[in-house]
Design a protein. Structure first.
Length: 350
């Protein structure tokens, strides 16, 4: 059996200064070029991004440039999926870049283990080029997780939910408007939840945990093939000059925790302590970042978060997977969250 073909999808929006580095890092893979389809989607850019990807498509035979009206990363990814020809699909964010060996080693891991999903390691690079602390640790040896085991890692904030560090079997996506019969027959619920949800953040996490029952096993390699580049202006990072700025990501992570809890209750009921831990930690993150000015009685979402924490005081005390620090902060927030944050800000001199 010959080597499989892969498709790598890159959504791009107003990224003229970084898009060439990103695309060429995929072009320069050691995996055969004739087996690597690269689709770059200009998501309605207003700078020179569209022109640059057209030039890259003219320069490299395996690069295709697509142009769409601005609709967000998920919509661009889904559109590119409809054009994908690969047996396995990968994704790269347009400000990131990858090592030349990444896809060759991922394909090797997939083939050796007869797997549907394989993952490389990642590191975090600051705008000045310095290396930031790892968000996800790379294992010392190749590790194969069951679907439940991988979800457990995600719920413990140890796993990597990004599709950018992975190669995923084409059959797991609803590319043609319907799942392939092999997936439908073995799917635990038969639902067609195999495209990226549009208009939300944390879309990778949502799609990944819905896929996991059909993935069955995830191979995690010992390599660090993906580089996450942190540039200023990200919509998920707080603007220091605006104390009232509250990135949407902090509300989305709370919603996501409720959705994965409902999902796991049906598919993996024995993970209830892990989902409770996840729900509490996501709300703690929300409460530690919401501006004090938004901690008001008429903020319904904030009030719901506070109510959840208060109603689960027992779980805060007994859940074995909370750290000592998490337990302490959560317990403080069961009283008066706004007062706790005011005191916290004074102590830290904020």
């Amino acid at each position: 059996m010959g080597k499989p073909k892969i498709t790598v999808i890159i959504p791009a929006y107003n990224i003229e200064n970084l898009i060439t580095r990103c695309v060429e890092s995929v072009v320069n893979q050691t995996y055969p070029k004739e087996l690597t389809q690269i689709i770059v989607v200009d998501d309605g850019s207003t700078d020179n991004t569209g022109k640059i990807i057209d030039e890259l498509a003219s320069k490299y035979d395996n690069v295709t440039a697509l142009h769409e009206e601005n609709g967000g990363s998920s919509k661009a990814r889904n559109y590119a999926l409809s054009k994908a020809e690969g047996d396995f699909i990968g994704f790269v964010d347009s400000d990131d870049y990858v090592e030349p060996f990444m896809y060759e080693k991922l394909v090797d891991a997939l083939v050796r283990n007869n797997a549907l999903m394989a993952q490389t390691g990642r590191d975090e690079i600051a705008e000045d080029g310095s290396k930031l602390p790892n968000v996800v640790e790379v294992p010392q040896w190749e590790t194969i997780y069951t679907d439940k085991g991988f979800l457990k890692e995600l719920l413990m904030h140890k796993g990597d939910a990004s599709f950018c560090t992975k190669l995923t079997a084409r059959s797991l996506f609803d590319i043609d408007g319907r799942l392939e019969e092999s997936v439908k027959e073995n799917s635990s619920d038969g639902s067609n939840v195999r495209l990226f949800p549009e208009g939300v953040l944390n879309e990778d996490f949502w799609l990944l945990y819905h896929m996991l029952p059909d993935v069955r096993e995830v191979v995690v390699t010992t390599d660090t093939g993906y580089h996450v580049f942190y540039r200023s202006g990200s919509n998920s990072r707080k603007k220091a000059e605006d104390k009232d700025y509250f990135p949407r990501v902090f509300t989305d992570i709370v919603v996501n925790s409720d959705e994965v809890t409902a999902f796991a209750r049906d598919k993996y009921p024995d993970l209830s302590e892990y989902t409770m831990r996840f729900s509490l930690v996501q709300r703690l993150d929300y409460l530690l970042h919401i501006p004090i000015s938004k901690m008001t009685k008429d903020n319904a979402f904030y009030q719901d978060v506070c109510r959840f924490v208060k109603e689960h005081k027992k779980e805060i005390k007994t859940n074995p997977y909370l750290s000592r620090r998490q337990r302490l902060y959560l317990y403080l927030f069961t009283s008066n969250a706004r007062t706790v944050r005011v005191l916290h800000a004074k102590i830290r001199g904020l």
